[in-house]
Design a protein around this ligand. Structure first.
Ligand code: ATP
Length: 342
């Protein structure tokens, strides 16, 4: 039995969380694999109700669980996920970008992964005013964290075994100290992998190439803020932010979540795309499969992904990707396919 702490979140968070619960329940029904789901609160609603965006019970529940599945939270995101990434040392933020059929996407045939350093950079939140008219933010890049993320990226390229290539994305011509260190460290780590090709690219060139020729990427390794921005761009090019999952991985803990925010503009309209959280479950199953040597979890991961693929392939889609199915109707279609799949 794997214990899952489920952060229900804000905006469309509770709607897509219910989709996630339905998927975990059908897995419980159909397979030997079993999950217990503990719904926990964090985010704007928790802040209003308890005075804390991340209540102590939520943090303790995450620490006691096998993994955490998290729906997006609203304005208090930095007090929730940015805090969790740093305090639980979830150093790798893994964001697969993949084409699915029948998308009104800018580009098809995309299959790459953004591996983003998750604990440093400008996101450490160390900002202060120097006078009434100017403020300063501190950018932290360390050799230790750069080494850790570079190894993670090289291992990801090796495991994928597609192009066996790592592209280090940076701006070392301007940020000579911080990105200079990041680039040098990534290159050094890549040399310890005999079959990995290493290339480097400025972040502005990368933003352009993600649109121009995304098929040339395999694994992108980058710093925290660049990774945040590039992954939203890449997700939209492959179809919608609503289909993009992510994983925050550390040596002890892991949190799986959609890359998008709380999408307040569509909250309550029943049109949110639940694929992002369903594919986050797929990533969680992959992680459980490797960490606990659980072959069934790895197999069920494929079942979940195929169910999503087959659903979209039949042109069953939510509004953001050109369909008219509601969140619940779409989720039911995926569940039916999980139920029927061999
Ligand atoms: P954050 O800064 O917290 O990541 P954001 O300001 O980038 O948030 P999002 O909440 O991610 O904004 O939403 C960006 C756009 O993508 C919105 O128009 C939103 O409706 C759309 N969107 C995001 N997630 C989904 C989803 N699951 N289904 C459909 N549309 C979505």
């Amino acid at each position: 039995m794997y214990d899952i702490a489920l952060i229900m979140g804000d905006g469309i968070g509770p709607e897509i969380s219910e989709s996630a619960v339905s998927v975990l329940e059908i897995i419980n029904d159909r397979f030997k694999l079993k999950f217990s789901i503990n719904r926990v609160e964090a985010g704007d609603k928790a802040l209003n109700e308890t005075g804390y965006a991340l209540p102590a019970e939520t943090l303790s529940s995450i620490k006691k669980s096998t993994a955490c599945l998290k729906a997006p939270v609203g304005e208090s995101a930095s007090d929730v996920i940015v805090f969790l990434r740093r305090s639980l040392n979830l150093y790798a933020n893994v964001r697969p970008i993949k084409s699915y059929p029948n998308m009104s996407a800018l580009k098809n045939n995309i299959d790459f992964v953004i591996v983003r350093e998750n604990t440093e950079d400008l996101y450490i939140g160390n900002e202060f005013d120097i006078n009434d008219d100017a403020s300063i933010a501190i950018r932290l890049i360390s050799k230790k964290a750069s080494k850790q993320i570079a190894s993670y990226a090289c291992n990801t390229a090796k495991y994928r075994n597609i192009l066996n290539k790592v592209t280090c994305v940076h701006k070392s011509n301007v940020m000579k100290k911080t990105d200079g260190l990041f680039l040098k460290t990534c290159e050094m780590v890549s040399k310890t992998y005999s079959n990995i090709k290493f290339e480097s690219m400025y972040v502005d060139a990368c933003a352009m190439n993600i649109i121009r020729n995304p098929e040339k990427f395999d694994v992108i390794v980058t710093t925290n803020m660049f990774g945040d921005i590039l992954s939203d761009e890449a997700a939209q090019i492959s179809g919608s932010l609503g289909i993009a999952p992510s994983a925050n991985i550390g040596d002890k803990y892991a949190i799986f979540e959609p890359i998008h925010g709380a999408a307040f503009d569509i909250a309550g309209k029943k049109i949110a795309n639940p694929i992002s959280i369903i594919l986050s479950i797929k990533m969680m199953l992959d992680w459980i499969g490797i960490k606990y040597n659980d072959n069934e979890a790895s197999a069920v991961s494929k079942v979940v992904e195929n169910a999503v693929y087959n659903t979209i392939n039949k042109n069953i889609k939510t509004k953001d990707i050109g369909g008219n199915y509601t969140t619940n109707e779409f989720t039911k279609e995926v569940i039916n396919r999980i139920q029927l799949m061999q």
